[in-house]
Ligand binder design. Sequence first.
Ligand SMILES: *Cc1c(COP(=O)(O)O)cnc(C)c1O
Length: 451
Amino acid sequence: MIGAREEADVSSVPGATDTADARRRIPRTDDLLAEPRLAKAVEDLGRGLVRRAITAAQGRARAGEIDPEAVADEAVASLPATASSMREVLNATGVLVHTNLGRAPLSQAAVRAVRAAAGSTDVEFDLGEGGRARRGRGALAALAEALPEAGGVDGVHVVNNNAAALLLCALVLAPGREIVISRGELVEIGDSFRIPDLVTSTGARLREVGTTNRTHLSDYADAIGPDTGFVLKVHPSNFRVSGFTSQVPVARLAELGVPVVADIGSGLLRAHPRLPDEPDAASALADGAAVVTASADKLLGGPQAGLLFGDHELVRRLRRHPAARALRVDKLTLAALEATVRGPVPPVRRFLDTAPETLRARAERLAAMLVRRGVDAVAVSTTAAVGGGGAPGVELPSAAVSLPADYARTLRMSEPAVVGRLERGRCLLDLCAIATDADERLVEAVTRCTS
Ligand SMILES: *Cc1c(COP(=O)(O)O)cnc(C)c1O
């Protein structure tokens, strides 16, 4: 029908007969939808997305950009890879945990677990008994085994993210009461998200103590009274104050006789040798924190989730609060989380443990391959960062393939998208957060930009 109307329009324009003839040869939508490759795509992607690709291809033919005979091929070529508009990205930014790029990439084990749980699954069902079971018990058990300091599954709870974990702590431990926090730990995490605003949105009040650079145990002690709900210890995960500074460690705060909630941020269960200043859950619990909160999609290397570890009675109250239902995680998250904790070392941890010489050797090899294909590429040594709220100031020696700056945009628009970083007029593709098995795809993507 669309074709017929177009015909009528153009044939009335004098001297447009060639164009009109070409337009008449543009295949009609129904015929294109019946073309085998596009019919298959309707099954995979749904009718709407395929129609959209067809309409765009017909439009290009009508504008004279492609031949009418090429419309089907063009429509097939422009079909999206999946029915979601989210695109795969190779993270060449040199930031290990990049919040804008979805933070930690899942391990293959976690991806398989997500697939298996995607249909109906026993997330909350006991197959042996044939009745209801504790939701996500596999993930809770995995975390409890990985962190014996939590004293079993009753000391573990999982919510939507670390922000949700803090919200729940405020709701349960400080309704209408005070949360005592150092002025040096009033942290904005990103995108205007501030921890003080988050916890006070529950109706709890903030009791700020000390100064930006120095807070002492006595500052806390002076502020504590009958109105105190808990002391909140926040890891300043994206900045560092240096010089004349002093903050009070969890072990000392625990002497104050009120619950201490420690937000460790990055989700390290135990101390990591490359990140000496990064707090970990095991130490915070051993130091006497009543509750430890963390993100699962930073250095733990798992899906977005908030982890809560701590005192069994407190965790039970957190779990039973009405808001817990609103903050709970879905089966896909639970599946990925369990597989991350039980499975092989997840990508983020492997990246963190890769020696800089290994990265440099890869960069040399990739640059040489690209030079052979006529690309102005050179291997360079770089400094990468943990990012995503973790280990501020820690510089990870890394290596990159350096390209002319105008590659940056073309690479971002390629499939898969490649996001590098611009530095001193060059586009750097840092390898620290690229899995070794993606090297060939990286080279292919750069080569395609040149053609
Ligand atoms: C990242 C971070 C948060 C926020 O965690 P989400 O999981 O993104 O909600 C809170 N506190 C600290 C210290 C962080 O580093």
